[in-house]
Design a protein around this ligand. Structure first.
Ligand SMILES: O=c1ccn([C@@H]2O[C@H](COP(=O)(O)O)[C@@H](O)[C@H]2O)c(=O)[nH]1
Length: 264
């Protein structure tokens, strides 16, 4: 983020985007799409975020493409966040952690998104492996979709989102610089951060903020929404940038425009 700015570009090969890029909705199309994004904007963005669901829908061939993209990104020193939103009971969580965060795993990324709705502590195997391997996790706290509020705002002054935030802050307490436990907090959440009394700056971890562009949030919204925590925000945009493709120059221009729209 210090070097490239506060933008992550999503690799979301939706069927409609594949078609708009003149690609087939198959593993070969997926591969061309993903490699194009990696080659075009990999050095421009702070990280790339492949949306795992859009690879999974192609079965084993799609996952093989994802493995290749993660490996090529690592070889090019481009950071990756696998947006897999994993979460399960602790013993199974250890297997998810192994898949996404272990050195040498075919699906290893630099970070993975996690869902804490089986209890934050159920994520412990992933939190520990991330710390041990120099990787990171992004735990869902306040998601960008309007339906998320029904769960995440529940609990009044001791809301679910607040508990997740406090737990992440505790895990990052001993970190020098930003800790390995980040949170997902949507760029679209508006007043909810203040309304729920969340101290996001105290989390001392990166804040992945989806919702820019296609979901309606702007760069200016981000600074206002996150306030003192804004320096730790990594905004992420997928469709709004990807729709500029497939020409690499157009993807780079869309990424540069998005970066320029982010405050300071
Ligand atoms: O709260 C969340 C968590 C994850 N996402 C993911 O981010 C991208 C957003 O795509 P856009 O095209 O920029 O809307 C997508 O992969 C989501 O699954 C999110 O939107 N909100």
């Amino acid at each position: 983020m210090d070097r490239c700015g506060q933008l992550c570009v999503g690799i979301d090969p939706h069927p409609g985007l594949l078609s708009a890029w003149g690609l087939n909705d198959d593993a070969a199309g997926l591969e061309r799409f993903s490699l194009t994004v990696l080659e075009a904007v990999g050095e421009q963005a702070a990280a790339l975020k492949p949306q795992v669901a859009l690879f999974e829908r192609h079965g084993s061939r799609g996952l093989a493409v994802l493995e290749r993209i993660l490996a090529e990104a690592a070889a090019a020193s481009v950071l990756t966040i696998a947006d897999a939103k994993r979460g399960d009971i602790g013993s199974t969580m250890a297997a998810y952690a192994d898949a996404w965060l272990r050195d040498g795993s075919a699906l290893a990324a630099d970070a993975v998104t996690l869902s804490p709705y089986l209890g934050y502590e159920s994520l412990r195997p992933a939190l520990e492996l991330a710390l041990a391997t120099g990787r990171g996790v992004f735990v869902l706290a306040l998601t960008s979709n309007p339906e998320g509020a029904s769960v995440q705002h529940a609990g009044g002054a001791d809301s679910v989102a607040r508990r997740i935030t406090v737990a992440a802050a505790a895990d990052n307490r001993a970190a020098a610089g930003l800790g390995s436990v980040g949170l997902v907090v949507g760029a679209t959440v508006g007043q909810a951060i203040a309304g729920l009394g969340l101290d996001l700056a105290a989390v001392n971890g990166p804040l992945l903020a989806p919702g820019l562009g296609a979901q309606g949030a702007t760069g200016a919204d981000l600074a206002a929404t996150f306030g003192a925590a804004y320096p730790n925000v990594l905004a992420t945009s997928s469709r709004d940038i990807l729709k500029a493709g497939p020409e690499p120059a157009a993807l780079r221009a869309a990424t540069a425009r998005t970066l320029a729209g982010l405050a300071g």
